[in-house]
Design a binder for this molecule. Structure first.
Ligand SMILES: [Zn+2]
Length: 74
């Protein structure tokens, strides 16, 4: 969840980003605009997850997510 000064994990309420946009940790930001074939036509949703909650989330998947080694760091 984005507030003016910080990003808060929607799942556990941990503060991810502190003032002036300096990242204290990595996080996942998801934005989804649902379309006609969904039950949420025209709704835009967004949320942010800290790394711990992300790990818990993907840990619940039936099929493991694809992971690749990236040598070139952005
Ligand atoms: Zn969290």
């Amino acid at each position: 969840m984005k507030t003016q000064e910080k990003i808060i994990c929607n799942c556990c309420k941990k503060v991810i980003l502190e003032r002036n946009g300096i990242p204290k940790a990595e996080y996942l930001h998801v934005e989804k605009q649902w379309g006609y074939f969904s039950g949420k036509d025209g709704e835009k949703q967004e949320f942010d997850l800290c790394e711990e909650c992300y790990d818990m989330w993907i840990g619940s998947f039936q099929i493991p997510i694809k992971t690749q080694e990236v040598t070139e760091l952005i």
